[in-house]
Design a protein around this ligand. Structure first.
Ligand code: HEM
Length: 209
């Protein structure tokens, strides 16, 4: 059998492996849209019975009035819960969380935070998260789980008595729900600013590469 010299062999190009697989991209954007609707409609609901000495401007609330806010909130929570559950299950089953988010060490976070502030943090390899990203993503995943659980406990405090009790009762569960929302909003501000600062990470989250 005649063999083709190495230099003359056709080059078979392999499709580049996606930096962000399709299931991550789809669930991320559904989650982002659902989160934003939940936050804006949540602010509308909050305004009807504020926990603190302030209310949210009508320009940043969704629903127009209490009942409208509740309708948006209760409709979108299903999307957030089902989509969030799919993302969590796939993240665990595929080993993505272990591979991409662990380990997180205090010294690693401190070193990467210092490097980021000094403008020395490399963004060449988008397939690996730095320690600050790992910490922020792990943190927002936990905040997302707690915001949903505390939400369930104030939505159906009779049916989910055990859950409401776990948060220290209905009133405390409301504070937990609000604090998680505030932490998620703080995450979002930093997260979106960083995504815009490193546009190729945004491209990877949209197109995969
Ligand atoms: C709406 C504006 C948003 C934009 C523009 C955005 C953009 C991005 C980008 C570009 C990445 C990839 C980051 C990288 O390679 O470093 C990413 C990852 C991620 N984002 Fe967002 N995001 C948004 C909203 C959200 C929201 C609302 C949440 C959750 C509350 C969220 C949670 C995450 C998580 C957990 C990851 C890591 C996903 C993984 O690797 O499994 N994002 N986002």
């Amino acid at each position: 059998m005649t063999s083709i010299p190495a230099g003359d062999r056709p080059v078979v190009s392999q499709p580049a492996k996606a930096i962000q697989p399709a299931w991550v991209r789809i669930s991320h954007w559904i989650n982002a849209a659902a989160m934003i609707v939940m936050i804006l409609s949540g602010w509308q609901i909050y305004n009807a019975s504020p926990l603190f000495n302030f209310t949210f401007s009508p320009f940043v609330t969704l629903g127009g009035w209490l009942a409208g806010g509740l309708l948006w909130h209760f409709a979108t929570m299903w999307l957030l819960m089902v989509n969030g559950l799919i993302y969590l299950l796939l993240g665990l089953a595929t080993g993505r969380f272990r591979r991409k988010l662990l380990p997180i060490t205090a010294s690693g976070v401190a070193a990467d935070a210092r490097a980021a502030l000094a403008g020395r943090l490399s963004h060449d390899d988008l397939s690996r998260y730095n320690q600050v990203q790992k910490l922020l993503y792990a943190f927002v995943i936990v905040a997302g789980i707690v915001v949903v659980l505390s939400g369930l406990s104030i939505w159906k405090p009779v049916q989910f008595q055990w859950l409401t009790a776990m948060f220290g009762g209905y009133d405390l569960a409301r504070y937990v729900h609000f604090i998680c929302m505030a932490l998620i909003v703080a995450f979002l501000v930093v997260h979106v600013a960083l995504a815009l600062l490193v546009p190729k990470s945004l491209r990877a989250m949209i197109a995969g590469h």
